[in-house]
Design a protein around this ligand. Structure first.
Ligand SMILES: [Zn+2]
Length: 252
């Protein structure tokens, strides 16, 4: 058996023997759907200066620039579809192996792959809709885009007059408390933590695998490159995500 085949069979064994797994995903799972990794060389943040949360709330120009970028698809999200990796995760959720998917991604591809909202914990928000910064009411992007593109209208909340912003967490914006708490609870309750497509460098997210291990859970790391937490893992797979997970889980 080749090393890769052995690793996949070992991954399959770990999944089969666990009772409650948590999947944690980062940009790596979505690059296989054609979504660029923002932080990588050549990624979005090397082309655009991020708009800080403080600037969004204080400057109309910054808000205009933020919506302009979103609607000319500067971030490359438009038309992206879930790939084999997302489908494998969705199957694990469907059969009850995985209790929650914690994600750093904002592309909505876990939802699109069939996992219900209640099974997904988004640490950095969601790029596929908008919400009011004051009352949190959700707004769909279609009508906002229409008004912005045709008349340059910047969206304001109908209910409270607050600023409406894309539902991602911007640089400088506080991490939302509720998802962080849910992620912590799920991490403490799992017996297998699967970190997929994340370099595990950004805190607080990078703390979850360590919490899981300290609590006695197994740790799987599936990522293109090595990570700082590799030595804590039961198995490290520096392999393509879709084919590896697809083979381990039996999904095409
Ligand atoms: Zn509002």
């Amino acid at each position: 058996m080749t090393d890769d085949k052995w690793r996949i069979s070992e991954l399959r064994r770990l999944i089969e023997t666990c009772t409650r797994a948590v999947v944690f995903t980062g940009a790596g799972i979505s690059t296989e759907s054609g979504i660029p990794d923002f932080r990588s060389p050549g990624g979005v943040w090397t082309k655009y200066t991020p708009i800080l949360f403080e600037d969004f709330t204080s400057s109309e120009d910054a808000r205009r620039e933020s919506w302009r970028r979103k609607f000319d698809d500067s971030y490359g999200f438009e038309g992206a579809e879930p790939n084999r990796g997302h489908r494998a995760v969705a199957k694990l959720f469907r059969i009850g192996k995985v209790s929650a998917v914690i994600t750093q991604n904002t592309d909505g591809l876990h939802q699109k792959s069939g996992i219900p909202e209640k099974g997904i914990i988004e640490l950095h928000g969601n790029n596929t809709y908008a919400s009011c910064l004051d009352c949190c009411f959700r707004y769909e992007l279609g009508p906002i885009k229409k008004a912005f593109v045709s008349e340059g209208v910047l969206p304001i909340c109908d209910r409270c007059g607050g600023l409406v912003k894309g539902a991602t967490i911007s640089f400088g914006q506080p991490m939302p408390e509720a998802p962080m708490l849910c992620a912590q609870e799920e991490t403490m309750a799992c017996d297998l933590f699967m970190a997929i497509g994340s370099s595990l460098q950004v805190y607080p997210a990078a703390g979850f695998p360590q919490t899981a291990v300290k609590n006695g859970a197994g740790l799987v790391i599936l990522n293109r490159d090595s990570t700082n937490l590799d030595s804590f893992a039961d198995i490290v797979l520096n392999m393509e995500i879709g084919s590896t997970l697809g083979d381990a889980v039996g999904v095409n």
